[in-house]
Ligand binder design. Sequence first.
Ligand code: PLP
Length: 390
Amino acid sequence: MSWADRISPAVRSIPPSGIRRFFDIAAEMKGVISLGVGEPDFITPWHIRESCVYGLERGYTSYTANHGLLELREEIAKTTDRDYNVRYEPNREILITVGVSEALDLALRAVLSPGDEALVPEPCYVSYKACVTLAGGVPVPVPTVMENQFRVTVEQLEQLVTPRTKVLLIGYPNNPTGAIMPREELLRIAGFAKKHDLIVISDEIYANLTYDAEHTCFASLPEMRDRTILLNGFSKAYAMTGWRIGYAMGNADFIAAMTKIHQYTMLCAPITAQVAAVEALRHGQDTMKKMVAEYDCRRRLMLDGLCNMGLSCFEPKGAFYIFPSIKNTGLKSLEFAEELLKAEKVALVPGDAFGESGQGYIRCSYATSMANLNKALERIGRFIDKRLNR
Ligand code: PLP
């Protein structure tokens, strides 16, 4: 038996991330404009970095409690109450994690038994289905469509729910589509979750990044607080991807179960990042709002630019992605991305990296400068003109 054959079947069954695979090619080329990465182009605001430097000066170099610094849990509780009117008890209902990535993994591992199904609206963040599989569960994709603004409906969910369904995993504002869910529609989803007694894992990492729209926190809906594991973090809103800091909130039983795994596998999130996260919540609102305003300008530029070149575009209302259809070019998503990269040196992500229902779309991230976006639009326009013989 080869070494490769000895790798666990679950690990073998998941594909490598469609984003990473594509970017390895782009990284080797010169002069590429990347609209590929889902990462703010801003450096973490100085006052946040400075708080970390002070923390190091004061000797904060140890482990923290498994749950994370109490100070941070208290700030998170206050912020969540202020923004969404949902109350969590810092000692029992909040866990600080290594990014939302770890929180997602812990949540799934804490609740899924082998063979349990998780409904996952698609297109979705690349980790969702892989993490369900690694937790022993079975991801059940629920395709959403541009015609319905990439919003999942109860009718679709009803068709796919089975007695094995245990989890509904949602992520709004959505990566990669930029879709949000209005409160009335989430209320219907909540009714569905209650009817089938599902646990809802709600990844709200882009909650602060909405444009002309208000974010509704799933746990704030009537009777949803205790059946929801709410995930959030600092990577996107505070431009803190490299700090690796996120958190999960939920009823004490869920959080205790997740903490049990976390204490053996991770011990705790890095103390330096936790100290910085306290500062982000206490004094980072204004700088965060400025970054959001800048994303909004870029969003408009991209929307106008892509529509003007004849691509059919859904207006994103959140996150920092736009997800136009490229079906009129006759190319598949991967072909489009590869040919564009070769011909015009613009890197973006083929839509099917986010699930089969992303076929025929591309994801462009506008977390890059206006200058880069203008150049990229010019190049994409030229590519499409040639392709359509215009
Ligand atoms: N959830 C979504 C929807 C994301 O887009 C990302 C990162 O791109 C993550 C989670 C991971 O975030 P973190 O950096 O907090 O691990």
